[in-house]
Design a protein around this ligand. Structure first.
Ligand code: ADP
Length: 480
């Protein structure tokens, strides 16, 4: 493998380019007209423009990306996450053109990309799934029958869903049909597919997912879990590894289940098996993501394994060079997704110019960042600026490093989720480890954030005043 096309943008594109460079592999960036000045274009060996700003006209255009691959004569394509990373047709096109797709086979993506089919596959392999419909439901009447059978509350989901969209909770039969039809409409609009299924809604679950690696020689390993329970609108914002609620036994059991899932779909590469974990410590398969996850750095910190390097090695046919027993979890890692969003305005995207942009540095801090001072945050794409990842020997230490790093992260020109992140990491429920997927809904409000920020400002002012008085005392300035 001598040249890889990176079919993505932002921080993940830079992350993949770094792994390629370390392995002595050349890189080709593709970019839209809005990204001409972006770091991923500047840092790649070569770059080709693939279209206008909108992702439908650029990063989602498999045909243009394939043309770029052929023009530049690349051996492989790394899709990153989002965009074409879980598009089975695109992976199939790569297979047909003899270009390595750095990810699983197209049939695997197809199988796990259909959530109802994934549930069926996983259940047959003996891994527990959340009670629900056997496959997709025909219409709202059948869906209601299933809901009554499994008992309310239920969650109505799109088989092609992702990113927390196309999902609705129904608490009783009266509201069910309306929620079903709304979810279906949303799914049709977002994914071009209104096929739905129904699942029991677990009241207070944690989201715990397992990282797996599988090579082309039949070896499958798991690299422990990540706890991604802190979410807003069913989307992760803070992730950590390991989870405070698992012990070694349960970790081994869930890890084994994750490996079974990977085996059931002939998995190759790096993938993630997501579970919901209930108050009685039962776990249920939620879905499988057949790509690199946004939150992969926390696993890299605690295992010492470079997941992108492993993806590349596996794609070129190498066997995984370590065993399950070699893998040891060491320390604790935290990740905050830093979005250009306004936490005081319902996390509305905030676009504009980064008037000031200084990222934190230091021991135990990893920045996976896609921006620089003076750059524009475009309106066309996901508003994530960077991932702030910290490490400590203990969970407390990782949290302390995180809070200091947030304080040293200076952004002016757009609103960000940094202050929200600090709110989470300082919150007693988070620090105690006693929280679930409702953390944000239960504890967070713009007023709570404002109050905390004001309190901090008051404290800072008091400290400054004290310092001033001390200095004055020491200098023995005449008081008048
Ligand atoms: P997506 O593919 O859109 O990310 P998921 O199926 O992975 O959707 O679910 C995203 C989040 O939605 C979960 O992490 C969890 O917080 C919530 N969720 C999904 N299914 C259930 C369920 N059956 N019960 C409770 N919460 C759920």
């Amino acid at each position: 493998m001598s040249k890889v096309l990176i079919a993505n943008r932002g921080e993940i594109s830079l992350r993949i380019a770094r792994a390629c460079r370390e392995l002595g592999i050349g890189t080709l960036a593709v970019y839209s007209e809005a990204d001409e000045q972006s770091l991923h274009v500047q840092l790649a060996d070569e770059a080709i423009c693939i279209g206008p700003p909108s992702s439908a006209e650029s990063y989602l255009r498999g045909d243009r990306i394939m043309s770029a691959a052929e023009i530049a004569d690349v051996d492989a394509i790394h899709p990153g996450y989002g965009f074409l990373s879980e598009n089975a047709d695109f992976a199939e096109q790569c297979e047909a053109c003899n270009i390595l797709f750095i990810g699983p086979r197209s049939e695997t993506i197809r199988k796990m990309g259909d959530k109802a089919l994934a549930r069926e596959t996983v259940s047959k392999a003996g891994v527990p799934i959340i009670p629900g419909s056997d496959g997709p439901v025909e219409n709202e009447k059948e869906a209601l029958r299933v809901a009554k059978k499994i008992g309310f509350p239920v969650i109505i989901k799109a088989v092609s869903g992702g990113g927390g969209r196309g999902m609705r909770i129904a608490h009783n039969a009266v509201s069910f049909t309306k929620e079903f039809l709304t979810a279906k409409m949303e799914a049709e609009k977002a994914f071009g597919d209104g096929t739905m299924y129904v699942e029991k809604y677990l009241e207070n679950p944690r989201h715990i997912e397992f990282q797996i690696l599988a090579d082309k020689h039949g070896k499958i390993l798991h690299l422990g879990e990540r706890d991604c329970s802190v979410q807003r609108r069913h989307q992760k914002v803070v992730e950590e590894a390991p989870s405070v609620v698992l012990d070694d036994d349960l970790r081994a059991k869930m890890g084994e289940a994750a490996v079974k899932v990977a085996k059931a779909c002939d998995y190759v590469g790096a993938g993630t098996v997501e579970f919901l974990f209930d108050e009685n410590r039962n776990f249920y398969f939620l879905e499988m993501n057949t790509r690199l996850q946004v939150e992969h750095p926390v696993t890299e910190y605690i295992t010492g394994v470079d997941l992108v390097e492993q993806q590349i090695r596996i794609a070129r046919g190498e066997a995984i060079a370590f065993t399950q027993n070699d893998l040891k979890i060491k320390g604790h890692a935290m990740e905050l997704r830093v979005y250009a969003e306004d936490p005081l305005e319902d996390f509305m995207p905030s676009t504009g110019t980064l008037e000031k942009y200084q990222i934190p540095q230091g021991e135990g801090i990893r920045m996976d960042n896609g921006f620089e001072e003076g750059m524009e945050v475009p309106i066309y794409y996901d508003p994530m600026l960077a991932k702030l990842v910290t490490y400590g020997k203990t969970r407390e230490e990782a949290i302390e490093v995180m809070i200091k790093a947030i304080d040293n992260y200076i952004v002016e020109g757009v609103s960000t989720t940094l202050a929200f992140g600090k709110f989470v990491f300082q919150h007693d429920a988070f620090r105690s480890g006693d929280f679930d997927t409702h953390f944000v809904k239960k504890y967070y409000s713009p007023d709570a954030l404002k109050e905390e920020t004001e309190q901090e400002a008051r404290l800072a002012a008091l400290l400054a005043l004290k310092q001033y008085l001390n200095d004055k005392e020491q200098l023995r300035l005449p008081s008048n």
